[in-house]
Write a protein that binds this ligand. Structure first.
Ligand code: NAP
Length: 463
């Protein structure tokens, strides 16, 4: 549906100071698009001395709902007509939901983080959790851990008094002794077992990306899962230290996504599906990972990626890279051998690693990808980060003609390869279309003509 502002459009917004770098409009305007809701979300730069007026003015203007960000999350609690109990306990409101008499304040950071970690299969029940930091976000994380019945929660902070005050108030609210406070350097006193760690300090945030709040390698030996609330950079130093010690690391982008989704659900009385959430996550990812200056060809085996790629290399001076050849060289064996010895899941992971290497090192390249490359959602995001993605489309008949004499296609080693092509294409076509910046039909066309169309498209995109 084409979106248009008209007489029934409802306004949503963000109150903060500053607001210029916010990603919230990406979340909410994409949700509006995918859920076919007539809403528009805009940031409002509001200083603390005008916050009361801004909330009252928004209500008078029939604004449907607002997010609230730094530095107003506490102060805004004075201007709501009703308060969700969790927001009251956390002491911070990030979402205002319109009611008959005024706005009701909610905190969606906490359920947003919970939904984000649950989407990664992380459970807090009976786990030992370490929270680094004792600011506004840490308090919401502490509340989440107690609500989810963690076994023990340790909050470590530079200013230990702040952590002590949060621990006391949380233990009181939950009638327990689960939470303890420590100074940051007292991490050596933590129990020697595996931990889930939430990194909630502002250390590691762009541009100070080379710092972590705890540098000692020994700390990370006990970290089974490390979640950094920071999402820019995508991989913080904390996350690198977690991964290097063998733990699993996640950034805060999914928390950002789900706190927005939960707010949108409250405003519009809707339920956002997993697929809609993925589409918004794609848009968020793209907003912080701009497209590189390469051209990436995707499509089914036999769709002409290598032939057309070589033509673009020759005519326009790009460096041709075939990801399958790159992988074979890197692994020292052929693709069928990798499939046979290690399986398809291993191969797809290898494709992810290779894409990450190329994003870091390749410029002005023409990359022809293996047919299954964008099947993993993560890889579909990475190809768009690597460069302008072109889906070369060909009919099943053309594909069959081109591949029938080839013996290097493990997926077609079966009794009825034509039926297999049909099945695979039905499955992959929508995935290719979603991953691509442009779809180009290739049947019956000259190679040079297609190469030129791709080159011209990329020029326009990179302007
Ligand atoms: P905050 O209230 O300002 O708290 C900052 C925390 O960082 C405090 O614990 C502070 O310790 C610590 N800190 C700052 N500089 C430090 C230093 N040089 N050495 C040691 N500790 C230091 O901030 P917040 O609102 O809780 O946010 C914290 C982080 O979470 C930010 O990076 C924010 O971007 C991120 N966040 C992400 C999301 C999301 O959706 N992904 C949502 C909310 C927040 P002291 O108490 O000793 O000063």
């Amino acid at each position: 549906m084409k979106q248009q502002i008209n007489g029934t459009t409802r306004l949503l917004g963000l109150l903060g100071d500053p607001v210029e770098h916010t990603l919230s409009p990406v979340i909410h305007n994409n949700l509006g698009k995918h859920l076919q809701k007539n809403t528009v979300y805009v940031p409002f730069h509001v200083t603390s001395d005008r916050l009361k007026e801004a909330v009252e003015g928004a209500f008078a203007l029939n604004v449907l709902g607002m997010n609230v960000t730094v530095p107003h999350k506490n102060q805004v609690m004075d201007y709501v007509t009703d308060l969700d109990p969790a927001a009251k306990a956390i002491g911070a409101v990030n979402t205002l939901v319109r009611t008959e008499n005024g706005y009701k304040g909610y905190n969606t950071d906490m359920p947003g983080l919970l939904r984000a970690i649950q989407s990664e299969g992380i459970e807090l029940k009976n786990r030992t959790v370490v929270i680094l930091g004792a600011g506004g976000a840490s308090k919401a994380v502490a509340y989440m851990c107690l609500q989810e019945q963690a076994k023990a929660v340790f909050m470590l902070n530079r200013t230990v008094e702040k952590a002590q005050s949060i621990a006391e108030s949380m233990n009181q609210q939950f009638h327990c002794e689960t939470m303890q406070a420590l100074a940051m350097e007292e991490w050596t006193q933590l129990p020697k077992e595996s931990w889930i760690v939430f990194q909630c300090t502002s250390i590691g945030l762009s541009p100070n990306t080379e710092q972590a709040v705890i540098e000692a390698k020994e700390f990370y030996e006990n970290v089974e899962v490390g979640v950094d609330l920071i999402y820019n950079p995508a991989e913080t130093r904390f996350m690198k230290l977690v991964t290097a010690a063998g733990g699993q690391a996640y950034n805060g982008l999914k928390m950002l996504l789900y706190q927005g989704i939960i707010a949108y659900e409250l405003w519009n009385q809707v339920q956002v599906t997993d697929e809609q959430a993925e589409l918004v996550y794609d848009a968020l990812y793209e907003a912080i990972h701009p497209t590189g200056d390469n051209i990436v060809l995707i499509g089914f085996m036999g769709s002409g990626k290598s032939t057309i790629g070589r033509a673009i290399e020759e005519q326009y001076g790009y460096t041709f890279i075939d990801t399958d050849a790159y992988i074979e060289e890197r692994e020292g064996c052929s693709i069928p051998q990798i499939f046979e010895k290690k399986g398809e899941a291993y191969f797809r992971q290898l494709e992810t690693t290779v894409l990450q290497e190329m994003i870091a090192n390749t410029h002005h390249g023409l990359i022809a990808t293996g047919g299954g490359m964008p099947l993993r959602r993560e890889n579909a995001r990475l190809v768009r980060e690597l460069g302008t993605v072109v889906y070369l489309n060909a009919t099943e008949e053309t594909i069959w003609e081109r591949v029938k004499d080839s013996h290097n296609r493990p997926l077609l080693e079966c009794e009825n390869p034509q039926a297999r092509i049909h099945e695979l294409m039905e499955n992959r076509q929508p995935i290719y279309q979603r991953a691509a910046h442009v779809t180009i039909p290739t049947d019956g066309r000259k190679i040079a003509e297609i190469a030129n169309e791709i080159y011209e498209f990329q020029l326009r995109e990179n302007k």
